[in-house]
Design a protein around this ligand. Sequence first.
Ligand code: SF4
Length: 150
Amino acid sequence: MEHTSDTVADGKLLHKTSYPQRAEKNTEITLSAIYKGIELFGKIDFYDPTQKVVHETKRSDKVEMAHEWQVKFYLWLLLLNRIDGATATLEYPLLRQTNHLILSQEDISRLEKVIKDITELKKLDQCPPVIHAKICKSCSYYELCYITEE
Ligand code: SF4
């Protein structure tokens, strides 16, 4: 759903305008991997292949766990593609804050569990009820998840 998301487009623009020199040398990469027969896919907008660093910029004025798991998923995808030792920087220009992230074995176990849970969800005949979480409002999948809601 990313191609239809204003939030995603805004994030890219924010990175380009906040870090113009860095944006030039970073590369957009699309990654896929098969984990236990499950196809995983991700698109990293700004990746520095020389330093093996994923750069993600957020307009938010609040650090969210979801932001961290987004980049940890990218790091896992890189690892599944035999790119070992990559790290991530999560940048919040409004907060003037940069968080550096690595992928731990514990993180990998959590991601594996999440993928397993999503696979189980996909087997259901009916969608589970909507969760009415605050983060849904800024999620690329909002229209899809809330299509039957008023
Ligand atoms: S909109 Fe859907 S996919 Fe996005 S956070 Fe909410 S429940 Fe999850």
